[in-house]
Design a protein around this ligand. Structure first.
Ligand code: SF4
Length: 263
């Protein structure tokens, strides 16, 4: 195991077992935010569960609507100028998403918060730093993956997205999924998971298994998806980091099973 990955695993306070007959890795120093995290160690990894049944967002079969057929530039422009729901009145800017547009990993969260609204990029601030650490523990740089939200504009006071807002906005995300064609989606947080899987099942019962995100249009294909906790929740509830690490291990195992190494 390389020293950087070891460092991030230890930053998450994940016990790392190494063979005694091999040279021991020395962790690199970490950013203050990461190394200050207080978490519970994990000593076992949850097994891979059988795939859950495909589910619906409530928009399955309806087509991509206003996002259909848009290329990257047109899609980004559509988001930045979008006035399809009242959130455009209170946002600073639309937060399109960031990262590798040919990524094999797609991270999907809920909606921009105050920092994201200000900077125009998803997952910045403390939660963003923890997401970066989670990705690094998986051997992934932030720039290697694509990161997006189900809502592109910030709900006032960080309230939950409303169904009518999601209905208007989610075609943008589905078009992003179509363009990226990721091998695996990592869905972070209760709101994103419940929205994409069209369920009110608690996140504790959605994590730890493989889901398939149903397509919006008949020609689309189901997308493998693993659910885990939102980094902002993990900052508030560090004891849950051991479960989140189990989810990330499941995601890595699933990714490899679906087609190869994550390089
Ligand atoms: S949340 Fe989505 S649908 Fe609503 S204004 Fe922003 S980009 Fe448009």
């Amino acid at each position: 195991m390389d020293s950087r990955r070891l460092a991030y695993l230890r930053a998450l306070e994940i016990d790392v077992w190494e063979r005694r007959d091999l040279p021991r890795s020395t962790p690199e120093p970490l950013p203050a935010e990461t190394s200050a995290a207080v978490v519970t160690p994990v000593r076992s990894i949850e097994p891979v569960h059988a795939a859950a049944a495909a589910t619906s967002t409530g928009v399955v079969g309806t087509g991509l609507g206003h996002a259909a057929g848009l290329g990257w530039e047109a899609l980004e422009q559509a988001v930045r100028s979008c006035q399809r729901c009242p959130l455009h009145q209170t946002r600073t800017q639309g937060v399109f998403g960031v990262g590798n547009r040919k990524a094999t990993w797609l991270v999907i969260g809920e909606a921009p918060g105050a920092d994201e609204d200000r900077q125009g990029e998803p997952f910045v601030g403390r939660a963003g730093q923890l997401l970066n650490s989670m990705l690094k523990a998986m051997g992934l740089a932030r720039e290697e993956v694509f990161i997006a939200n189900i809502l592109k504009s910030r709900p006032p006071n960080n309230r939950d997205p409303r169904p009518e807002e999601v209905r208007e906005c989610i075609p943008y995300l589905y078009r992003q999924i179509e363009l990226i064609d990721p091998r695996l989606i990592l869905c972070v947080g209760r709101i994103a998971a419940q929205t994409l899987l069209d369920t009110d099942t608690p996140i504790g019962k959605l994590r730890g298994k493989l889901h398939h995100l149903a397509p919006m249009q008949p020609s689309g294909k189901p997308r493998p998806m693993i659910v885990t906790y939102h980094p902002a929740y993990l900052l508030r509830s560090p004891a849950e980091k051991r479960k989140a690490w189990g989810d990330l291990v499941l995601a890595m195992q699933t990714y490899e099973r679906l087609g190869g190494a994550n390089a």
